[in-house]
Write a new protein. Structure first.
Length: 75
């Protein structure tokens, strides 16, 4: 996270059920189930693997402009 902070929902895909199949154009898959929330603060980073489902951009205290770098590595 380069500037700001956000909460991220996280779960293993095996713990969730599919509501809507993956949409390549939107790079989005809709799932249902329970996960964990963590805060990603300025100066920190997270590594998520292919089986790690995530839901970013959840407000921490109040909406703010974020600046972050996202890298996707093809495996």
């Amino acid at each position: 996270m380069l500037r700001g902070a956000e909460r991220i929902g996280y779960a293993n895909i095996g713990q969730l059920s599919v509501i809507k199949q993956y949409d390549e154009a939107e790079d989005c898959l809709l799932l249902d189930g329970n996960g964990t929330l963590f805060t990603l603060s300025e100066g920190y980073f997270a590594i998520l693997f292919p089986d790690d489902i995530h839901m970013p951009e959840i407000t921490v205290k109040k909406p703010e402009a974020l600046k972050k770098a996202v890298l996707k590595v093809r495996i």
